[in-house]
Design a protein around this ligand. Structure first.
Ligand code: C2E
Ligand code: MG
Ligand code: MG
Ligand code: MG
Length: 289
């Protein structure tokens, strides 16, 4: 069409693009009331010892129960909320809720004594001036020991301004929380920064793990990441473990932890204790995502 109409009337939007733009706009507007209306909820996915499948902690993953759309994935609304800054209040809610849940499980069940809850941070949160105080306040208010919280950041977040990020991470480390790099291998972290950041865990991205049993190249990447992490004194958690074959390969590589549908899908908070007591994912626990 653009050609027929001539350059003066060039069509820059097609209908699909317009629809996507409208969709994003609606998400953005609906997000403004979502927190107040209590539309967010957390799901928890276990992180296990890859060798024996024992649960060592959980990653908190936010969901949005939209009144008309049903459950909206964070992959859809987190990027929008990062653009508008809404992620700051959503992220604060997630942090508080996750710490409160873990503190409650710890007070109810001795099995949770050494459990860790992982919370994803966004770039905006990490560069927020009051971030360290916010984390310290939440820990104090919920009574969760700092060692039971692990904050997940991505390589991309760190490499935009590595000096600043390093400073922010150091201050978080000082209050005693654990730190990990999420989706490792998909960003562009410089290896020299990797050893400078005060992190304790690398999470190998799902894209490598899911193909490691079929593609030798991906197996070698995972092998190299595990070796690199260990030589820097870091632990490794493999994301997106779906097959027993992957679990065995990872365990042979001496990868410490695993997370993925093989062990359990993310489940609602009320189903978390049963996962810990029953080993991993009984079939009756379908998960919600
Ligand atoms: P992520 O932090 O890398 O989380 C892991 C994602 O992989 C989760 O998707 C999880 O459900 C999915 N997953 C886990 N195991 C498997 C598997 O075996 N196979 C497959 N195919 N997928 C698996 P989810 O919950 O949709 O979250 C997507 C992303 O949204 C997260 O990726 C994270 O970047 C972001 N996100 C989620 N919750 C939050 C939050 O509270 N704050 C922030 N800033 N980001 C969040
Ligand atoms: Mg994560
Ligand atoms: Mg991840
Ligand atoms: Mg990922």
């Amino acid at each position: 069409h653009a050609r027929e109409e001539g350059w003066g009337n060039m069509v820059i939007f097609n209908e699909g693009m317009l629809e996507r733009a409208m969709n994003l706009m609606h998400i953005e507007m609906d997000l403004y009331r979502a927190l107040d209306m209590g539309e967010f909820f957390l799901t928890y996915q276990p992180i296990v010892n890859i060798g024996c499948r024992t649960i060592t902690g959980f990653e908190a993953l936010v969901r949005w129960r939209h009144p008309e759309r049903g459950t909206v994935s964070p992959a859809e609304f987190i990027p929008v909320s990062e653009g508008t800054g809404q992620i700051l209040s959503i992220g604060k809610w997630v942090l508080y809720e996750a710490c409160r849940d873990m503190a409650r499980w710890r007070s109810e069940f001795p099995e949770f004594e050494d459990m860790v809850v992982n919370v994803n941070l966004s770039a905006r949160q990490l560069s927020q001036p009051g971030m360290v105080d916010q984390v310290a306040d939440v820990l104090r208010e919920t009574g969760l020991p700092a060692r039971c919280l692990r904050l997940e950041v991505t390589e991309t977040m760190l490499m935009g301004n590595p000096e600043f990020a390093n400073m922010a991470l150091r201050r978080l480390k000082e209050i005693g929380v654990k730190l990990c790099i999420d989706d490792f291998g998909t960003g562009y972290s410089s290896l020299s920064y990797l050893q400078a950041f005060p992190i304790d865990t690398l999470k190998v991205d799902r894209s490598f793990v899911s193909k490691m049993s079929r593609e030798p190249g991906n197996f070698k990447i995972v092998q190299a990441v595990v070796a690199l992490a260990h030589s820097l004194g870091l632990e490794v958690v493999a994301e997106g473990v779906e097959e027993e074959e992957q679990r065995i390969m990872l365990s042979e590589l001496r990868c410490e932890g695993g997370q993925g549908f093989l062990f359990s899908r993310p489940v609602r908070a009320e189903d978390v204790p049963a996962l810990v007591f029953g080993g991993t994912a009984p079939d009756s626990l379908k998960g919600v995502a």
